[in-house]
Design a binder for this molecule. Structure first.
Ligand SMILES: NC(=O)C1=CN([C@@H]2O[C@H](COP(=O)(O)OP(=O)(O)OC[C@H]3O[C@@H](n4cnc5c(N)ncnc54)[C@H](O)[C@@H]3O)[C@@H](O)[C@H]2O)C=CC1
Ligand SMILES: O=C([O-])CC(=O)C(=O)O
Length: 285
């Protein structure tokens, strides 16, 4: 029986528990608890998962065989290093936290093990193989989302209005064009996939290489990836188009996920990817 501790219990956390029902029913997995900011907050659905305050995370870590972060980039930045330095294995969903230098160093310095989920995209077997052989010269990801869903608190009134007032007859426009580090800082809930793409195409160092070297290798990969965010007045779903080219060949992946059944703003595939990561981890236990 593997004991799993969740950090965050929103759409992905709840979808993950549903996806793991067969393993839970067979006694292969137990959800120890979910660490949340307010355990007393009324929730729409009753759950058998015990809720604890994130302040109590350290008390639960020694019992956890596996920790799954699914609480957002700021939460992963705050708690990721704590989990890894306690020697636990952690599946990271808010992959964008790896674009933050200090958090990245903490998560890559062990002694725990970091698993970075593929999340809402894929094709990483091919891209990783080609990149490790020096076969990728250019790599980009273009993410199209419903314009109104891209409004962020830091935007000026004019920037918000441009997104909110877009009508179905208007053309989609490029809202952001740059690197994954700047993209995740501005859109922390939208482009974790861009940071995951950099992770998949980084130079692979030995597992026991120092955290600082792992961090630098990843920084080089981040610098290679170009991110574009398209604000689309007609997007029903998120559309991610990955393009890569170089001596290994020319590749284009177009990924359009069905939304999560419980939250139309989150791709259902993300929880499915994390469920697969959990199964692979417990099979190794
Ligand atoms: N890797 C990928 O492809 C993808 C990654 N994500 C990441 O997953 C995160 C979660 O996504 P959803 O479940 O759809 O969001 P959600 O908003 O439905 O759930 C997040 C939950 O975490 C809680 N939370 C926030 N800060 C916390 C903290 N410090 N400690 C504990 N709980 C905290 C929130 O109250 C909320 O209940 C996103 O913010 C994003 O960073 C999302 C989609 C794709
Ligand atoms: O769910 C998606 O389509 C991708 C996403 O939000 C992210 O990478 O943060």
């Amino acid at each position: 029986m593997a004991d799993i501790l969740l950090i965050g219990y929103g759409t992905i956390g709840q979808d993950l528990v549903s996806l793991l029902e067969p393993e839970i029913a067979r006694g292969e997995i137990r959800i120890l608890a979910a660490a949340v900011r307010d355990p007393q907050k009324p929730r729409p659905t009753a759950s058998a998962v015990p809720l604890i305050h994130t302040d109590k995370l350290a008390n639960y870590l020694p019992q956890a065989d596996l920790v799954v972060e699914c609480a957002g980039v700021p939460a992963a930045i705050s708690h990721g290093s704590e989990v890894i330095s306690a020697g636990r294995e952690m599946i990271l969903t808010s992959v964008g936290a790896l674009a933050h230098r200090d958090a990245r160093l903490g998560m890559l310095s062990g002694p725990g093990k970091l698993t970075v989920t593929n999340g809402a995209i894929g094709g990483f077997d091919l891209l990783g193989a080609a990149a490790q052989a020096g076969g990728i010269a250019e790599i980009s990801i273009q993410t199209s989302k419903l314009a109104a869903s891209l409004v962020r608190p830091w935007m000026t009134q004019a920037e918000r209005a441009r997104l909110q007032d877009l009508t179905p007859t208007d053309e989609a426009f490029v809202l952001f064009d740059g690197n994954p580090t700047d993209a995740i800082e501005k859109f922390p809930a939208n482009v974790n996939v861009a940071v995951a793409l950099a992770w998949a195409t980084r130079e692979l160092l030995p597992a026991d290489a120092p955290g600082a070297e792992q961090s630098q290798a990843f920084e080089r990969a981040l610098a290679q990836v170009r991110v574009r965010i398209l604000a689309d007045p007609n997007a029903r779903l998120s559309l991610h188009v990955i393009r890569a080219s170089g001596p290994a060949g020319t590749y284009e992946f177009s990924l359009e996920n069905a939304p999560s059944p419980s939250n139309p703003r989150t791709s259902g595939l993300t929880a499915m990817s994390v469920a697969r990561d959990v199964r692979e981890s417990i099979l190794r236990c």
